[in-house]
Each structure stands twice: as C-alpha cells, then as structure tokens.
Design a protein around this ligand. Structure first.
Ligand SMILES: Nc1ncnc2c1ncn2[C@@H]1O[C@H](COP(=O)(O)OP(=O)(O)O)[C@@H](O)[C@H]1O
Ligand SMILES: [Mg+2]
Length: 406
C-alpha cells in the first residue's frame, strides 16, 4: 500500500520504513523548517522592532501591517513544504480578491478569519515550532555522534561507540515521528474551515434543486399544452361527431360508424387525461397536494385512506416532490404489496412537510429491486429532504419522507 503521510508510513514494518524515502523526506522537512524558521524569526523580529520604533512616522504602520499579513506568505510556503511529509495538498482558505489591485487584495485579506489564523500559526511557528525541529534534529543526530566520538579522548570508553550506533539507528524513527506530528498540527491549523468551503457546498446543492425545478416546470408546461391543446381539440371533435350523428339517418350504416368514431374519441380523451396526470397533474397545480392525492386515491383499485391536513399551500417544488412520492408509493402498494389497504398521511411540522405512506402488505421493498424508489430518493435528496423506508419481509411497509418547506 502507498502511504500518504509520514505518520501512516510509521505504522508499517519498521525495517520497511528505514528503506523508504519517508525518513529522508522528514529530515528535509525538519531541516527546511529550521532554516525557514530562523530566517522568518529574524525578519519578523527586526520588522516588528523597526515598525514599533518608527510608529511615530507613518512608515511604522505600513511595516506593522506587513507583519500582520506575513502569515499569508509564511503559511503559503508552509503548505507547499508540507507536501514533503503529507502528499495530499492542503487547500488555500483564501478567496481571490474581490477587487483587483493591492488595495482590494489587502481589504479582502484583512476581513478573512483565515488571515488571522495564519498569523497565529506564524507566531507559534516562530516562537516554538522551529526551535523544536532544531532540538529534535540535535537529539536524534548530534547527540549520538558526540557519544560515538567520546572514545577519541578516552580510549577506555570504546563501548560508547555501540551505544552511539544504537542511538543513531533510532534517529529515523524519532525524526519521522516528529515530522508527522508537526505536519498534523500544520494541516489542522492551515486547512480551510468547513464554513470557508461551505459556500461551494451550498452552491452544488442549489444547482441540483434547480435542475429538478426546471424539469418540473417543463412537465407543467407539457401538461398545460396537452390539456389546452390536444385535449380541447378532441373534445370539440367529439361534439362535432355528435352533431353529425344527429343529422344522420337513425339506424343507418353511417350512424353506426359515427357512434364508433365517437367512442374512439372518448377513449382518446381519457387516455390523454391519464397521460397528462402522469406528466403533471392539473389538480396539483390548481388545488394543491390534498386534492391531487384524493384524485389518485379515488382511481386506486385498493382502498386508500387519505389524511392530509396542511395549513397552507406548500412551495411548488415540495408539493411536486410530495405528490410523486405518494404516487409511486401507491403504485408500488398496488403492484407489489398484496395489501388490503393503504394509508397516506401528511402534516406540516414547523417548516418540515412530513409524509408517510403505509400498507399492510407482504413487505420486502428494497431500492435495489427497481428504479422507482431510487428515483424518489434522488428527488428527495435534491430537495434537501430525508427519505426512509421500513419494509421487513412479511410487512408492513412504511415510507417516510421529510421535506423542508421554507
Ligand atoms: N409496498 C411494497 N410492498 C412490497 N414490496 C415492494 C413494495 N414497494 C416496492 N416493493 C419491492 O421493491 C422493489 C423496488 O421497488 P421500485 O424501486 O418502486 O421498483 P419497481 O416498482 O419499478 O419494480 C419492487 O420491485 C418490489 O419487489
Ligand atoms: Mg415502483
């Protein structure tokens, strides 16, 4: 297995760690930490003193502003250097400056919490971390070498050479362990907070909901076109056929054929009405969820108890989602459950529309068994809702959905 961080690598076989590049990477990480820490400390301390001393003139304020923003630059380098011991990149918590130019950049930076976190990290790094890097390197490498060299002064102390060798062979572990710990602290402090990434998360969710909404709007348009267009034409055709039928000789062949034509037209109207209900029921748009579900129940071959009591019309997207959940659950109960009755229940609990559809059938409903339930789960997820189903073998089946309605 490929390890992603120095610490993960420590968990493997001790001899393998020795053979890997991790101790060397850790060594480079700590050494560059010492060098960079020393340089940064010197520069910052000098800048701080110079800034305070010359504060009487305006220059001091500019220098201190630079010190305050030093974290942005220091941590950018720290994030880059972290790749030595932690292969996954740490995202930059800063947004791109809203307005171009130096002033825009400064204003954006000074308003972001990340800037101040980074200044905090720089302070810790300057005052503590690089010293500790230096101490660890010293203990791990310099002390064993000194111990090994002590027999040069006192030949009687030759066994110390072995002690030194043992200490030296532990060095890769000490160095890798400290580098791993330091990398973990660095990642913890420098990674963007959830809220800083949150903007992107909400964006994604909103666009998913938008897609479903656009799709529903299209369905409503098709339903309207079917209802006001094709259906109306067929109805007037039926009327015309009826008039022609009145003019035809009773009991003639023509009258018989006109009768047949009228029957066909009536069937076509029914089929079209059924079709447009599946696309987007007009009752839902015009009269709301309760009316549309009552319509569904009235056409169902199973007895359905509808108990929907809502204080007001719900947002269109919630109503549509709720309707399709109930329609699919009813269709499933009829097709698969062998139930004797179905119950539909809906209430609004402080901005959450709670729906349940239960049947007393054989149970065993699983989303893996078909496409209906998975489709519903997707739809509910896009509306930011919750979809649960309980359907043990032997029944009963209960489908429970919560939809936020704000
Ligand atoms: N109310 C129910 N009672 C018993 N079994 C059900 C019920 N609803 C669904 N199922 C089972 O779960 C499977 C998946 O349902 P679904 O995803 O709606 O697919 P479809 O209805 O297209 O077969 C169905 O094939 C059926 O075996
Ligand atoms: Mg189904």
């Amino acid at each position: 297995m490929r390890h992603r961080t120095a610490w993960q690598a420590l968990g493997q076989n001790p001899l393998k760690v020795l053979g890997s590049s991790w101790p060397w990477r850790s060594f480079a990480y700590l050494l560059s930490g010492v060098v960079f820490g020393a340089v940064t400390s010197t520069v910052l301390v000098v800048a701080l003193v110079a800034g305070l001393v010359s504060l009487v003139v305006l220059v001091g304020a500019v220098i201190l502003l630079g010190v305050a923003l030093s974290g942005v630059v220091v941590t950018r380098f720290e994030r880059w250097r972290l790749r030595l011991v932690d292969l996954d990149p740490v995202p930059d918590p800063h947004r791109s400056a809203e307005r171009a130019g130096l002033v825009g950049w400064l204003r954006t930076r000074l308003r972001e919490p990340a800037t101040w976190r980074e200044l905090g990290f720089t302070a810790v790094s300057v005052t503590a971390l690089w010293w500790m890097d230096l101490l660890v390197l010293g203990f791990a490498l310099v002390v064993p070498v000194l111990v090994m060299m002590s027999p040069l002064d006192d030949p009687g102390a030759w066994p110390l050479v072995f002690v030194g060798l043992c200490l030296l062979s532990a060095a890769p572990y000490t160095i890798t362990a400290w580098a791993g710990a330091r990398a973990a602290v660095t990642r913890l402090m420098l990674a963007p907070r959830d809220s800083e990434l949150g903007r992107r998360l909400t964006d994604v969710r909103a666009s998913r909901a938008r897609l479903v909404d656009a799709f529903d709007a299209e369905r409503r348009r098709i339903e309207r076109d079917l209802h006001d267009g094709a259906q109306q034409r067929l109805v007037s055709l039926n009327v015309m056929l009826g008039l022609a039928r009145l003019d035809a000789e009773p009991d003639s062949a023509l009258a018989g054929q006109l009768d047949k034509a009228q029957e066909q037209v009536a069937l076509a109207v029914d089929e079209l009405r059924e079709l447009s209900r599946g696309v987007h029921p007009k009752a839902l748009t015009d009269h709301g969820l309760a009316a549309a579900v009552e319509n569904l129940a009235a056409r169902s071959v199973l007895p359905v108890t509808v108990d929907i009591s809502l204080p007001r019309r719900m947002p269109v997207s919630a109503e549509t989602t709720a309707y399709f959940v109930i329609a699919e659950a009813l269709a499933n109960a009829i097709k698969h459950s062998e139930a004797m009755r179905v119950e539909v229940h809906a209430r609004l609990h402080t901005d959450v529309l709670t729906l349940s559809v239960g049947d007393n059938g054989i149970g065993g409903a699983t989303p893996e068994g078909g496409t209906g339930l998975t489709g519903l789960a997707d739809r509910v997820a896009a509306a930011d809702g919750r979809f649960r189903i309980s359907s043990p073998q032997g029944g009963p089946t209960l489908l429970h959905v919560e939809l936020p309605c704000r």
